[in-house]
Design a protein around this ligand. Sequence first.
Ligand code: NAI
Length: 350
Amino acid sequence: MKMENRIKIAFFDTKPYDKPSFERFGEKYGITFKYYETKLNEDTVELAQGYDGVCAFVNDTVNAAVIDSLADMGVKVLALRCAGFNNVDMKYAFGKIHVLRVPAYSPYAVAEHTMALLLTSIRRIHKAYIRTRDFNFSLSGLTGFDLHGKTVGVIGTGKIGRVFIDICRGFGMKVLAYDKFPAEGLDNGDTVRYVELDELFANSDIISLHCPLNEETHHIINAEALEKCKRGVVILNTSRGALVDAEALLAGIKSRKVGAACLDVYEEESDLFFEDNSGHILEDDTLARLISMPNVIVTSHQAFLTEDALENIAETTVKNIVDFFEKKQCPNELCYRKGTAEDCKDGKCF
Ligand code: NAI
């Protein structure tokens, strides 16, 4: 394909691990990417001038001002290379720019990372690893607990939540599930039961979040919710940071109400996560205090990061862009026609 006929996409927040798969699929399907390390926001949006579309990730800011600028420049499409779209003002985007996403790339990557965090935390692997490297073979303080027979509360039983439930069942755990739209056939009346949130809070030894971030789920784990939980509850968040009120979580850790927390996401992560800040003074006291706790494990939004997921993300993003420009219709377009964002069913989004 001649260079001038190729679709040109400005790719924001580029990391070294993004390029190989996007280059491969871009080459195959006739897309040229211009990679920018900077995030997309009001200050950087001008870099999209002259491109057919932009490709953005979870911590790019696509607010009203950015959408207006993109629309003014004639940029037709925003291709998200992620599933979540809470960083896009979808209501404002409707009618101005088409928003495509990757609804699923590897629910296994995220669900398996969630279980890895849980096991690391409760079996004290993070402590043991450091000890044995220093030839300290003492077991004091490393006592964990069995997962078998424990109850896990899973909030959000979509693709990732359901894989996580399968993994938990493999460990012999009981599952209490909550979802605004329960999945058919999941509740077996025994080892997996849908319950109301209050019952989930009251009876779960471990709570794992797998719902999207929206107005209803913002701070779904807050002081009031933690009050209703069992003493020693383990909180897992590999979904979106603002599902958890970090101040309330910290207070829960200090009061011993929360037994442990594993966070792959954090409400104020956008200026910190994915970057090496080791030489800097961390301004965020809440995050610094959480990280200092022996029973808190933080990973920096890494749950998605497997070779399989990166491959699927690049392939779907590229196919979305090609579908949009060549077929004028993409099944993974987000549509806000009904007053809430959902996958487009008929290609007539606006
Ligand atoms: P999904 O769309 O398959 O499932 C989400 C589930 O949440 C659905 O069953 C939906 O009905 C439910 N839900 C919606 N509103 C709710 C509410 N108010 N209360 C309770 N449940 C509600 O999404 P998927 O693929 O399972 O992803 C879940 C979340 O995981 C995403 O929204 C994203 O934020 C996060 N994620 C995190 C990654 C990471 O690297 N840490 C990578 C990929 C996704």
